[in-house]
Ligand binder design. Structure first.
Ligand SMILES: CC(=O)CC(=O)SCCNC(=O)CCNC(=O)[C@H](O)C(C)(C)COP(=O)(O)OP(=O)(O)OC[C@H]1O[C@@H](n2cnc3c(N)ncnc32)[C@H](O)[C@@H]1OP(=O)(O)O
Length: 401
């Protein structure tokens, strides 16, 4: 009987590039920025890495459609290097590959790295608009903002909110992330923004305005993983961070096709969360989790995700948001690093960027964003549209918790 991955894998080192409009460099430099930091943090030589997983969903132009450029960029020639893609959950998918390889004893030390250049990749056939005007998306709705706007309509209808109540709650989600992101030197959009400005911003896809959308950014993030025992042998004893759960749920899109789905929730998140809590041994997520990084591609996605994760009761997330429950000084801080809202969504990097923030927080290394004694962090990485795609959840925490 499978026992799951809890505490079988430790994080030896992590790195994250500065996110933003990185016209100054190509993918290889971004990858090296994240990898260099992770290698230094892990305190190992690159030849000690036994296998690597590289996550990139879109970056065919700059990195190529195979793992070979990663081997070249990082000088990992001669070892197993695989490229993985699972839509917007690609970064977490790379972590899953590396963590499973370590957990099953195939290698001692594995690398997970994710990167994307969105700004200069162009968008031919790609699901992510670079200017918000993409007409040839794979979604029937015409654009990512339009696809997620249906969550707003579904949520509002189900819980009978007025348009103003929902707009205020969505604006409060974005306001909070901008406050947090302003403190993060690696974020792309580093400005606190007034509620008034958010509420009056131009509309992108009703009711989502500019500030309800994540930015469009380039970035890379990276994790080096091993077993807790090897981590100890390498001298990592203080604040060792281990993986408590890694779960993935895929949907066939059945929700929408049968008419059972009212558009107010994401079933994939509910499935993945249930499995992750079981794997991590969590029965009261609101009390037991110390912090969240969720896939806030749009403010409404974050709001609905709070209910799908079971940290807000159904129909209550908008009230919790307004009461500051998810603020940095609230009961369960969410997007302490600024989230997709301030980091954008360079697809291959996002899942690993979320875990990076929790890794820093758990080790007390998050600078001015540092939370008080966090022990467990949940990252939620959504791929596709609300009714079809994947949801990946990773829970990391201090060893022994
Ligand atoms: C779950 C999944 O699988 C799917 C997903 O995750 S879907 C998510 C995919 N990603 C997206 O859809 C991205 C959505 N966002 C956008 O398309 C764009 O940000 C946007 C259309 C909202 C605005 O783009 P734009 O008008 O071209 O802005 P741009 O010309 O780049 O920038 C103008 C200014 O606005 C700022 N800005 C741009 N986007 C911003 C945003 N979303 N929030 C706040 N500020 C923003 C820029 O920093 C810039 O500021 P300065 O003038 O001070 O430098």
């Amino acid at each position: 009987m499978a026992t799951g991955i809890k505490d079988k894998v430790a994080i030896l080192g992590m790195g994250c590039s500065r996110f933003g409009e990185r016209w100054d460099c190509g993918s290889e430099q971004l990858i090296n920025e994240a990898f260099g930091e992770a290698l230094l943090d892990a305190g190992i030589e690159r030849r000690q890495i036994g296998a690597a997983w590289y996550g990139s969903a879109l970056d065919r132009v700059n990195v190529g459609n195979s793992a070979i450029p990663l081997a070249t960029a990082l000088r990992l020639e001669g070892m197993p290097v695989s490229r993985v893609e699972n839509m917007c959950a690609t970064g977490t998918e790379a972590l899953r590959g590396a963590a499973y390889a370590v957990a099953c004893g195939a290698v001692d030390i594995a690398l997970a790295i994710g990167a994307e250049k969105l700004k200069d990749t162009g968008y031919g056939g790609l699901p992510v608009p670079t200017k918000g005007t993409l007409a040839d998306l794979w979604m029937p709705y015409g654009s990512a903002p339009a696809g997620f706007a249906q969550l707003a309509a579904g949520y509002r209808a189900r819980y009978r909110l007025s348009p103003q109540e929902l707009k205020q709650a969505m604006a409060r989600v974005s306001w909070k992330s901008h406050v947090n992101g302003a403190k993060n030197p690696k974020a792309h959009l580093r400005k606190a923004v007034e509620m008034e400005t958010i509420l009056k911003a131009p509309m992108i896809a009703e009711p989502l305005g500019v500030f309800d959308c994540c930015g469009v950014s380039d970035g890379a993030a990276c994790a080096i993983v091993t077993t807790p025992q090897i981590a100890h042998e390498l001298g990592k004893r203080e604040s060792l961070v281990t993986i408590k759960a890694l779960q993935l749920s895929a949907s066939s899109g059945r929700e929408q096709s049968t008419g059972e789905w009212d558009g107010s929730y994401v079933q994939n998140t509910r499935n993945a969360a249930r499995a992750a809590y079981r794997e991590a041994g969590i029965d009261d997520p609101r009390k037991q989790l110390s912090m969240l990084e969720v896939h806030d591609c749009f403010s409404i996605t974050e709001l609905v995700t709070m209910e799908d994760l079971g940290v807000s009761a159904d129909g209550q997330a908008w009230r919790d948001v307004m009461e500051g429950v998810f603020d940095a000084d609230g009961a369960l801080p969410c997007q302490i690093d600024g989230g997709l809202k301030c980091f954008g969504h360079p697809v291959g990097a996002s899942g690993l960027r979320m875990v990076y923030e929790h890794y820093l927080q758990l080790q007390g290394r998050a600078g001015s964003r540092q939370l008080k004694n966090p022990t467990l962090g949940l990252s939620h990485n959504l791929g596709g549209v609300p009714y079809n795609g994947v949801c990946a959840i990773s829970i990391v925490g201090l060893a022994g918790v």
